[in-house]
Design a protein around this ligand. Structure first.
Ligand SMILES: NC(=O)C1=CN([C@@H]2O[C@H](COP(=O)(O)OP(=O)(O)OC[C@H]3O[C@@H](n4cnc5c(N)ncnc54)[C@H](O)[C@@H]3O)[C@@H](O)[C@H]2O)[C@@H](O)CC1
Ligand SMILES: [K+]
Length: 217
């Protein structure tokens, strides 16, 4: 049985886990990255040249932590920021400091064709409006060359609640849902962008009296 959540419910559960239970944001990010590493390590992906596309929110922080874990396993990986890294959330800046201290390479502008695997860590549950035009172009270009994409939590551009495409969406081979599957990846057109959806436990705690808006399926 799968429990689906809206992005609002997921945000509420993230907050409860951090503010009430006391698990730190950093622990959740590390667990998300370890969960993704688990999926990548299972052997179904070409890890000869991994490119992690990083956004300015916590989805990006998950991506940077994953890049560090890959780098420490001597897997060729580089990070590319989408947007101005100076405007990133504190968790992203912190992950970036750690990644830089570990020597994770950063690329400014990558040729997607060169990447054996693209990790989508641009937007997750925080997406609340259409992608900026420049990013829509980038997403369309990546989809056009049919690179293999693994999306962290949600494919960038998919509304996690409605399944709507917010201007454009990266087409993933696999989407790794952290904690719970977001209902948007079960509804078209979001479903098509998500590919195979896997759910990974990261330590999210659900209050006893929490009412999910969607019944288990
Ligand atoms: N405690 C947490 O919040 C956790 C979050 N996690 C990860 O963090 C993600 C959610 O992180 P965030 O809430 O930081 O959000 P995102 O990283 O999805 O997005 C970043 C921010 O971009 C802004 N934004 C939204 N739509 C935009 C648009 N179209 N153009 C420009 N800017 C836009 C919003 O301010 C949003 O907060 C999850 O999907 C998951 O991957 C996990 O690390 C687990 C713990
Ligand atoms: K993503």
């Amino acid at each position: 049985m799968t429990q689906l959540v809206t992005t609002e419910e997921m945000q509420e559960l993230d907050q409860y886990t951090m503010a009430t239970i006391g698990l730190s944001e950093e622990v959740l990010i590390e667990r998300a990255a370890l969960a993704a590493l688990d999926v990548l390590g299972a052997g179904a992906y070409d890890l000869s040249n991994v490119l992690v596309l990083v956004g300015l929110g916590n989805n990006g922080a998950d991506g940077i932590a994953l890049a560090r874990l890959l780098h420490q396993l001597h897997i060729p990986v580089s990070l590319q920021f989408v947007g101005n890294a100076n405007k990133a959330k504190p968790a992203v800046k912190h992950q970036l400091q750690i990644a830089e201290a570990c020597g994770v390479p950063r690329s400014e502008k990558s040729d997607f064709k060169q990447a054996s695997l693209i990790i989508d860590a641009i937007f997750g549950t925080g997406l609340n409006k259409d992608l900026p035009e420049g990013l829509q172009k980038m997403v369309k270009a990546a989809n056009h060359i049919e690179s293999t994409v693994v999306a962290l939590d949600l494919p960038t551009g998919v509304n996690g609640t409605t399944g709507q495409i917010m201007g454009a969406a990266l087409k993933a081979k696999t989407t790794i849902s952290f904690g719970f599957t977001k209902v948007g990846v079960t509804k078209n057109p979001g479903k098509k962008s998500a590919g195979q959806v896997l759910v990974k436990e990261i330590g999210i705690v659900v209050p006893d009296d929490f009412q999910f808006s969607i019944n288990k399926q």
